[in-house]
Ligand binder design. Structure first.
Ligand SMILES: [Zn+2]
Length: 257
């Protein structure tokens, strides 16, 4: 029990010592940069995440839209045939009138023939309209069955988009304040440390520092000599990895767990 307390006090001392040094500034600068990078990536990925979500939604409603299109087509075809039927019925009526008014054999024969032709056309059209009515009814049912599910999906997509937009907003605000924080931290560094950090950060995609643990550089796995490792633990001077060039630091938390 006493031993544990001692370890914690010891590591707390190291942490404090590190944070008071330039190395401490560098560690917190990298923390800020890592967070800036994470938030920026999240903000920047919003359009592609949104596109992907809409694509998945479109895919999930593809069948539904196809049925809906089929219904629209069937309804349009039904309307077309109904008007054709009406037209044919008017013609049929006209020939019936012609028959009544027929004054000679030729007019009479023509009227009888046309009445027969239009009757057949009417019958065919009526059958087709009937078939289409059944088809429209069936498709109507199918669309009605799927509509609530589609609406639920759309609501879910909109909810997700709204959530992402809100989080992008707050991420953007965090980014703004982190950038201010970063500028202050940079200002607090000496010119040499600042230049080294900037150079390494560019070279190592945002990771200018690496943790030294178990006598190794955690970034490149290079072994660290015990004497050097002890110096890193002290955190008083800036020591870089002989292999990858990153600034090495000793993480206090790693020792307590
Ligand atoms: Zn290294």
């Amino acid at each position: 029990m006493i031993r544990v307390t001692l370890v914690i006090r010891h590591t707390a001392f190291i942490k404090e010592a590190a944070l008071n040094s330039e190395l401490g500034h560098l560690i917190s600068l990298q923390d800020v940069d890592v967070e800036i990078k994470r938030l920026r990536e999240e903000v920047e990925s919003l359009p592609s995440r949104r596109d992907e979500l809409e694509r998945q939604f479109a895919e999930s409603v593809r069948e539904y839209l196809a049925i809906k299109q089929e219904l629209d087509d069937a309804q349009a075809e039904k309307r077309r045939l109904e008007s054709e039927l009406e037209n044919e019925q008017q013609k049929h009526q006209k020939f019936k009138n012609d028959l009544m008014k027929a004054t000679n054999e030729r007019e009479y024969t023509t009227a009888v023939r046309e009445i027969d032709v239009t009757r057949k056309t009417i019958s065919t059209l009526e059958t087709e309209v009937l078939k289409l009515m059944e088809r429209v009814e069936k498709l109507d049912v199918q669309v009605a069955e799927r509509t609530p599910e589609m609406e639920t999906r759309r609501i879910e997509v909109d909810r997700q988009l709204k959530e992402w937009l809100a989080s992008a907003d707050s991420n953007q605000q965090n980014l703004d304040s982190l950038r201010v924080e970063r500028a202050a931290k940079m200002q607090a560094l000496g010119p040499d440390a600042r230049a080294t950090y900037e150079r390494l950060s560019r070279m190592r995609s945002g990771f200018a520092l690496a943790e030294a643990r178990d006598y190794s550089c955690m970034a490149c796995r290079m072994k660290i000599r015990p004497q050097v490792f002890n110096d890193i633990r002290k955190g008083e001077t800036i020591i870089t990895c002989e292999s990858c060039g990153r600034i090495l630091y000793f993480k206090v938390e790693a020792a307590t767990t």
